[in-house]
Design a protein. Structure first.
Length: 107
């Protein structure tokens, strides 16, 4: 089961999720996202603090939401790791980009 609560904080649409982001709940979140943020996708946050499990389909959807401008917030080792991988933290491409910037700065 997935519970989605919406609120507005400082002109930011916050979707607070509770439960499991898996199976039919992924489709439900997609539908909710599209209806809630259709008019303003510039300022949105998806709060995963109370999510207990995210399957691959859920991860894929979070990646799409991130690409559409959503800021992802998570706590706990597993969810933070998932969010960091979606946002590119610690990826080989990021490390390569940091190295290239460092090399350019020293040249």
């Amino acid at each position: 089961m997935l519970k989605i609560t919406t609120r507005v904080e400082d002109n930011i649409i916050v979707l607070e999720l509770e439960g499991r982001l898996t199976g039919p709940w992924v489709k439900e979140l997609r539908s909710f996202w599209e209806s809630t943020t259709a008019s303003d996708r510039t300022s949105s946050r998806v709060d995963l603090t109370s999510v207990t499990f995210i399957d691959q389909e859920g991860k894929d959807l979070l990646g799409e939401l991130y690409c559409q401008g959503a800021h992802l917030v998570a706590t706990g080792c597993l969810n933070k790791c998932i969010v960091e991988s979606i946002m590119g933290s610690g990826s080989a491409e990021d490390a390569k980009g940091r190295q290239t910037k460092q090399d350019a700065g020293s040249a």
